[in-house]
Design a binder for this molecule. Structure first.
Ligand SMILES: Nc1ncnc2c1ncn2[C@@H]1O[C@H](COP(=O)(O)OP(=O)(O)O)[C@@H](O)[C@H]1O
Ligand SMILES: O=P(O)(O)OC[C@H](O)CO
Length: 493
């Protein structure tokens, strides 16, 4: 029997490892949360050592649970929170600063200056992105400017930059391999998605020394062998993709027009657009969906910064609930027309608004409003934000959005998924395996290892667990959504 595949899913709030059998079924998993640091308004950091230690520990735990040694694993696939930026010393591996997380807005002013100086057209054309603090480039520049001696050391070639995949690969290989894949590179705002190379002109514009950057590989490739001392044996790392692209693969969205939406800390809707990098007219991102055998498949993406994070805030900030799981029953109690809207713009608004200065608000409170109504509004905000994205995608010409494939930690909540179908007015399919991010990483590794023949072979493994069909009159759907748009207008004033 073919050996299993170990998938590492390094997410925003936790690190996970899942052992997949050679047929793609999940066998064992381990998960560890780690600390979030909020040193100033709009700043979000992770300790790179926490990321590394939690990843190592879940890998060891999952090997233990499976009762096998690392030598019995066919290969490793890595998927990761994207854009989050680290800088380390090439010799000692010492990190120069905590990771600046994708949600972090500290470079908003610098981004505004880049826009005012008229650089957006060039950056968009080359990278498919918009100028926003979300992407790695301005975070890296901030590190070079603010960490003592960093720029001088970078110019002497002593430092390495990496997104989380790249950092984990570096550590797993004992500091031997400095590589990333095309999906992660496409989120840096330094990578030319047409030529599939780091863009010299953008490096100059942003004052980033090229020696910092990793080699960019296909998403299924021989990235390197782990150092035997790390997991107890040397294992090949043969798949890497950013988590939203990995979910696209795990959801088998391989034909142009197929869309998936993942609900974790944030929400990311990604549509396969085939070999054409479609330029959005509605402030969506053009990005690399996956690159296999040198062939790039592009995608259109809508990124929302706060989805499950709103539920965490209800739990940890407002202390209205003790566990995310309680929200489903509360939302059912809330009643249909509460008129309460929660806009979770804690770190600004992502697609399609891209407003780093907006902040959150709750509207429509009355004496009848209680915990249930606020919780329901928190869950609904995720559905309304998805509607913003779907409308933008359809305005960009998306034809085939009759069914949306969903996954991520939030979709366990049946109320949310039903409400999503209601507010979108489209069918929503929830697959049997909702850990599609890790599954996508396992598929990539499996492709490289020859465990899966091709994308058709992978697609044949996708199975729907439940279909949610819209059950709300159109007039009600539109009236509810109008209320949301009004709330958005008010947080942006
Ligand atoms: N039953 C639930 N209802 C609503 N939200 C939930 C539920 N269970 C988990 N969540 C939310 O899902 C998120 C976790 O999803 P996950 O995919 O693990 O996130 P990430 O990969 O970003 O760390 C958390 O923000 C949590 O609040
Ligand atoms: O950790 P997640 O699942 O919320 O995903 C984070 C995204 O990759 C950020 O772009």
């Amino acid at each position: 029997m073919a050996k299993p595949i170990l998938a590492i899913d390094q997410g925003t709030t936790s690190s996970r490892a899942i052992m997949f059998a050679a047929d793609g079924s999940p066998q064992h998993s381990a998960q560890q949360e780690f600390a979030q640091h909020f040193p100033a308004d709009g700043w979000v950091e992770h300790d790179g050592e926490d990321i590394w230690q939690s990843t190592l520990s879940v890998c060891r735990e999952v090997l233990d649970k499976a009762g096998i040694s690392a030598g019995e694993v066919a290969g490793i696939g890595i998927t990761n929170q994207r854009e989050t930026t680290l800088l380390w010393d090439a010799e000692s591996g010492e990190l120069l600063h905590r990771a600046i997380v994708w949600q972090d807005r500290r470079t908003a002013e610098f981004c505004a200056r880049l826009k005012a100086d008229g650089h957006e057209a060039l950056i968009s054309e080359r990278t498919g992105l918009l100028i926003d603090p979300y992407f790695s480039a301005t975070k890296l520049r901030w590190l070079l400017d603010e960490v003592p001696d960093a720029r001088e050391r970078a110019e002497r070639g002593e430092l390495r930059f990496g997104t989380i995949d790249c950092f984990l690969l570096w550590r797993l290989t004992g500091g031997q391999v400095h590589r990333t894949d095309a999906t992660n590179a496409s989120r840096t705002m330094l990578f030319n998605i047409h030529t599939q190379q780091w863009d010299e002109e953008l490096l100059q514009l942003l004052d980033i020394p090229a020696s910092l950057l990793p080699e960019v590989m296909d998403s299924a490739a021989d990235f390197g062998q782990t150092d035997a001392s790390v997991l107890g044996a040397s294992v090949p790392v043969c798949g890497i993709a950013g988590d939203q692209q990995a979910a696209l693969i795990g959801q088998a969205c391989f034909s142009p027009g197929m869309v998936k939406s993942t609900y974790g800390t944030g929400c990311f809707m990604v549509m396969n657009t085939g070999d054409t990098p479609i330029r959005s007219q509605n402030r969506l991102l053009t990005t690399v969906g996956y690159r296999l055998k040198g062939q790039t498949t592009y995608a259109l993406e809508g990124s929302i910064f706060v989805a499950g994070a709103a539920i965490q805030w209800l739990r940890d900030g407002l202390k209205l609930i003790q566990h995310a799981g309680e929200t489903e029953a509360l939302a059912r109690q809330a009643g249909d027309h509460t008129g309460v809207y929660l806009v979770p713009a804690f770190t600004g608004l992502g697609a399609p608004y891209w407003d780093p200065t907006a902040r959150g608000a709750i509207f429509g409170l009355t004496r009848d409003t209680g915990i249930a109504q606020i919780v329901a509004a928190g869950l609904q905000s995720v559905c309304f934000q998805t509607r913003d994205l779907l409308d933008a995608m359809q305005a960009d010409g998306a034809q085939n959005t009759a069914a949306l494939r969903v996954d991520g930690g939030m979709v366990i909540n049946n109320w949310v998924v039903q409400e999503l179908a209601n507010i979108l007015g489209v069918t929503v399919d929830r697959p049997q395996v909702t850990e599609t991010t890790a599954l996508g990483a396992a598929y990539l590794a499996g492709l490289q290892l020859g465990i899966f023949k091709d994308l058709d072979d992978i697609a044949s493994h996708w199975a729907c667990e439940r279909t949610f069909t819209p059950a709300m009159p159109e007039a009600q759907r539109n009236a509810l959504y109008e209320g949301w748009l009004d709330a958005i207008r008010r947080v942006r004033e």
